[in-house]
Design a protein around this ligand. Sequence first.
Ligand SMILES: O=P(O)(O)OC[C@H]1O[C@](O)(COP(=O)(O)O)[C@@H](O)[C@@H]1O
Ligand SMILES: [Mg+2]
Ligand SMILES: [Mg+2]
Length: 315
Amino acid sequence: MTDLAQWLDTQTTDRELGSTIKSMAAAGAEIASVLRQAPIAGQTGLAGSDNVQGEAQKALDVISNDIVLNHLRANPAISILVSEELDEAVEMSSQGRFIIATDPLDGSSNLDVNVTVGTIFSVLASAGGLLQKGEAQLAAGYVAYGPATSLVIRIAGDTSVFTLDANGQWQQTVSAAIIPAASGEFAINTARERFWDAATIGYVRESVAGETGPAGKRYNMRWVGSMVADVHRILMRGGIFLYPLDSETASKGGRLRLLYEANPMAWLVAGAGGASTTGRQGILDVQPTGIHQRVPVILGSAEEVGRVEAWYARA
Ligand SMILES: O=P(O)(O)OC[C@H]1O[C@](O)(COP(=O)(O)O)[C@@H](O)[C@@H]1O
Ligand SMILES: [Mg+2]
Ligand SMILES: [Mg+2]
């Protein structure tokens, strides 16, 4: 079996980039062990504070953020950390070559019901500054804390999947994930239908009509409410994930965050042959204007993303 260190050697000659990814993988392994014990340790529930987006922080949001901070502080290759849980970017090593943007715990509303959550991260070159387009990413990944703990990672080539073994080592279990171009599964929060735009309504109606509508095939719907879990399913078997711009999120620019949710996921999906868009523009082409900027997110199987884009082109 190929472990993470062996795989990194095949993907990059840059040892500092490799060590940066290893630091995030080590943070993920530590968060996994905290999550496993959290109900026993009494760490579920709210932290009693709000993050910069005004969302109530869970105790485990704060604990996960601290674990990431500690691992990155110990690595002189890291210059700056941007985190969902920190209002401002945190300076680390002045000579560090890499910026990390992270959502330390994604899907945290699922914590109290023991459903998959994750840690998402993006790696950027320090020289490019904080506000770089997603296409400039050097690497991106996430850890999914599910029945197995998975690390999904891509530098510039394939999107690879590693599984945490009983000894705390990451073993490669999928060398190159491939998202089938065609799929019959979509993921969207349908409770938000009254806020949707015409393109989203058009795409979902067409899908729900199944073989009796213009799509000509039956669809299923899945929504975990944890982006990592929904994207992981799509990476493993195809499908499309939508958190589009709607009338309620329009003033904020969308729901999900560009630097540490949309961009890393779009990078991983691209490595598996999938596509991503805001509806009007490729996600990886969006020029960020702020570290906590939000963006509409549509990603997954290329044909399905193409159908949504066609609706936006008409709308
Ligand atoms: O509450 P909704 O509308 O189902 O939204 C769920 C989405 O929000 C998120 O939970 C946002 O992430 P955080 O939990 O990190 O804030 C995504 O993981 C998920 O896709
Ligand atoms: Mg999140
Ligand atoms: Mg989060």
